[in-house]
Ligand binder design. Structure first.
Ligand code: FUB
Length: 324
């Protein structure tokens, strides 16, 4: 379990850092949606690894009535049944990227060859605008460290839209042939191939043509179909497109999840786990202060039709049952 433990006789001795990390672990038993109620969690990115789901989120800390994002770190929760979650010590902070300013926005983690790569949206310190960084760890709980020492994507690399925040919301996939792709964007969806090292682009940045694309792309593959779900319009609803080829063309399939109503954004993550499909998103449903800048992660079931299209999600208060 621990790589750096020492055995003295039959006594297992943990390092101080490991003891601190263990002390910061916390068990949360979800009572429905939102699943986490002791802090505001946003931009969920779930990853199935081994017998568990790792849920990575941003951490909204804007005090009410402040109506701006205030996010400095990312959080990590793990569960073997979608109900009992272990919160690990925050494995990554905006400060871990020395070249960045702040703003721990949406992200996604993926494993390759035993290493875990965490793609994050963050404000750049010297190149005006948002950017995408990548951190790496040798286990899904981290701690993660900056893998590059500089941003992977900066605002000056993308010029399709004249805004400074079009380089956000990275989503990543490794296709069956081993080729990795990074998608991201705001107002314009972009994608690029990644080299096998996962920290360099392997070709040009290309545009994806999607109707009414706002942000929050999530790429997943299932039974030979590629799915690109994303937030559309504002306030956002989640819509999606499908293709038989990751390079498109993408066929728009309509609404996947309706406007949450209590949050302008809804940022989704889609996984299969223990025989069921899940739609993981955020809304503004907890406490009197919850809302667009104090968001909370929720989980509901996702269902597919026999032709591969996805049924519209039903957002519930009850959430999901224990996965077995
Ligand atoms: O959390 C900050 C931003 O809000 C994300 O990057 C977007 O997807 C939206 O959820």
């Amino acid at each position: 379990m621990f790589k750096n433990f020492k055995l003295y006789g039959s006594v297992l001795v943990l390092s101080v850092a490991q003891l601190v990390a263990k002390a910061q672990e916390k068990i949360i038993v979800s009572k429905g949606n939102p699943i986490i109620t002791d802090k505001y969690t946003a931009d969920p990115a779930a990853y199935v690894y081994g017998d568990s789901v790792y849920l990575y989120t941003g951490h909204d800390v804007a005090p009410a009535p402040k109506n701006n994002y205030e996010m400095h770190e990312w959080l990590c929760y793990a569960s073997a049944d979608m109900i009992t979650w272990k919160e690990h010590k925050s494995p990554l902070n905006a400060k871990d990227f020395s070249w960045a300013k702040d703003d721990a926005w949406a992200s996604q983690v993926i494993e390759r060859d035993g290493k875990f790569y965490w793609y994050v949206a963050i404000t750049h310190g010297s190149i005006h605008g948002k950017s995408i960084g990548v951190a790496v760890a040798d286990n899904p709980r981290g701690p993660f460290k900056d893998a590059l020492g500089k941003a992977l994507i900066t605002n000056d690399m993308t010029t399709a839209v004249k805004i400074t925040w079009d380089d956000i919301d990275p989503t990543v996939i490794i296709d069956d042939d081993g080729q990795a792709y990074l998608f991201w964007g705001n107002q314009q969806c972009y994608y690029a191939r990644l080299k096998k090292n996962m920290i360099e682009l392997d070709g040009p940045i290309q545009k994806v043509n999607l109707p009414e694309f706002t942000e929050a792309p999530w790429i997943h593959k299932r039974k030979g179909w590629y799915y690109l779900s994303y937030a559309s319009q504002f306030p956002e609803k989640i819509v999606y497109a499908m293709s038989k080829n990751i390079n498109g063309p993408w066929e728009y399939k309509g609404i996947l999840n309706e406007i949450a109503g209590n949050s302008n954004t809804n940022h989704q993550s889609i996984i299969d786990f223990k025989g069921k499909s899940y739609f993981i998103y955020h809304n503004g449903a907890i406490n009197n202060d919850g809302g667009s800048y104090r968001r909370s992660v929720c989980i509901d079931y996702l269902n597919y039709n026999t032709d591969g299209t996805m049924k519209r999600v039903v957002m519930t208060s009850e959430g999901v049952k224990k996965a077995k």
